[in-house]
Design a protein around this ligand. Structure first.
Ligand SMILES: [Zn+2]
Length: 325
């Protein structure tokens, strides 16, 4: 009843506006070191709510319909970044169940079995069976691992320390952390090429996310073309389809991307690119800096209210609690 009322009240300001949601992983079960990632149960009720009170559309179709003025009210698109294996194992059956289209943006360097550097840091902190860890490499000295929240806090501190390093330095520092502190058994988290093919054949749009997941801002145009061109060529070979969409790694305008990056992506033949800045998409939105919105509420009513608030206001008040990557 309340949901219906909210839908009704939102009519005056929800026309011709598109919400693009931004997920990364959909976990098998909740992970105390990754509290921002939804698990199967949470993603299920998110999708149930979208199928019931919103109009989920494929991203390209939604953009075409904004252009010709036929976008249905409360239109929404679902996107997932990076190329996690759980997008196939956990998210896809839920998306299929509710018949919700989605786009997965894949960073191809991780399709050979390596986990992403940020996950490797979190997993080391999560599973290391020692009381004190040597984090000199991250400038944090020796730290006591006395609780899960300490482990989580330290992992996040290291990730922010390494995030803006060049890709090679970043990977080398993570290897150093493992070498100094002893390794853990790592399970594969990312899609392999044949699993990207499976997702594509299941009707998921596959989009680019660069090869190595660098921060594009500050890279030369040639470096950017190499990163993105390689990513695009691999994904087109794996899917047998043209790749039309791009998601900027990290993706905050001003901090991780600038107008020069937008020009390079446009020139490489993409039809659209998404950032991680909060907001909605309208007819006059820049197709190469589309805003996305990350839902993080724990109740369906608050989630619904925040979806509408995102359409009403340009940015999402209260900040974005997601981990952009
Ligand atoms: Zn990413």
């Amino acid at each position: 009843m309340l949901h219906q009322l909210m839908t009704l009240l939102s009519l005056p300001f929800s026309r011709n506006k598109l919400s693009i949601l931004n997920y990364h992983q959909v976990l098998e079960k909740p992970d105390p070191l990754r509290p921002w990632e939804p698990d199967r149960a949470k993603f299920d009720w998110h999708m149930a709510l979208l199928s019931r009170h919103f109009q989920p559309l494929p991203l390209i179709e939604a953009l075409d319909r904004i252009e010709d003025g036929t976008l249905p009210a409360r239109a929404v698109c679902v996107t997932l970044d990076d190329g996690y294996l759980n997008n196939l194992d956990v998210a896809l059956p839920i998306l299929n169940h509710y018949q919700i289209p989605a786009t997965v943006f894949v960073a191809t360097a991780f399709c050979d079995g390596d986990n992403m550097w940020n996950d490797r840091i979190i997993d080391l902190l999560a599973h290391l069976k020692v009381d004190v860890i040597d984090l000199e490499t991250a400038g944090l000295g020796h730290c006591t691992l006395d609780s899960i929240s300490t482990r989580r806090k330290l992992a996040n501190q290291i990730i922010s320390q390494f995030k803006y390093l060049a890709v090679e330095d970043r990977l080398q520092k993570v290897d150093e952390l493992y070498a100094i502190n002893g390794s853990i058994s790592e399970t594969r988290k990312m899609l392999r090429p044949e699993e990207v093919t499976t997702l594509s054949r299941a009707g998921i749009e596959i989009g680019c996310h660069t090869h190595n997941h660098p921060i594009l801002k500050g890279m030369t145009p040639d470096q950017q073309r190499e990163e993105v061109g390689r990513n695009k060529a691999l994904l087109e070979a794996w899917t047998g389809k043209p790749v039309l969409g791009f998601a900027y790694p990290n993706g905050r305008f001003g901090k991780d991307i600038d107008t020069e990056n937008l020009a390079v992506i446009r020139e490489l033949g993409f039809r659209y690119a998404v950032s991680t800045d909060a907001g909605y998409t309208a007819r006059d939105s820049n197709r190469f800096a589309l805003r996305r919105f990350t839902p993080w509420d724990t109740s369906a009513l608050k989630f619904h209210a925040r979806m509408l608030l995102n359409l009403w206001a340009n940015a999402t008040p209260g900040g974005d609690r997601s981990k952009a990557h």
